[in-house]
Design a protein around this ligand. Sequence first.
Ligand SMILES: [Zn+2]
Length: 229
Amino acid sequence: MERLYLADAYIREFDATVLDTEGGGVLLDRTAFYPGGGGQPADTGRLEWDGGSCAVTGSEGDRLFVDGNPPPAGARVNGALDWDRRYAIMRAHTALHVIDGVAYKDYGVDITGNQLYPGRGRLDLSFDNMTRELAEEIIAASNAAARRGLQVKAYFISREEFAARPQLMRVAGHLYDKYTEFRIVEIEGFDMQADGGTHVANTSEIGAMVLSEYKSKGARNKRIYVDLR
Ligand SMILES: [Zn+2]
């Protein structure tokens, strides 16, 4: 299974071969559909082949869920992402990286959770206290950083390189044990973290971040909700 989205988040259409359709889930030899994970929802879209088509409604692991009859094993298919939705998720995903970068660098706090939606997201940060003023200050600093038009790059490093840079581990260390290679997402000169999701190529694509709500979810866990305009 070749994961096209890891190398290029902007692939919105691709050709592939169906390996099998066991249990109704379609397994392709290569895909640009993000399977879901890390707070980023699975992609949706369509598959088309000689003699048919079906909607892709989500994924479980590498298998695509489809609505309608799946293509037969061995078929050559064309996959197309619901691109407006995916791109809005990429913008939101990158926005949360910028906010997280500000929170980490300026306030020394970590992420304790996140969830992405098209054009919006929420981020849980390990603050003891959160006020509207503080939340607005973080969002203002994030907008200023994003407007600088910083490049966003993704690349792989070895376990040894990863271990030498503990600042890359933003979640509990043992969660990284199963990997031998790490994908790093870097906002140039601003933030780096281990990450398997899809992001925009430049922070100028994020647009304006607006604080929509903030909440306390307990001690050292404060939730910020952001909408993109
Ligand atoms: Zn990310």
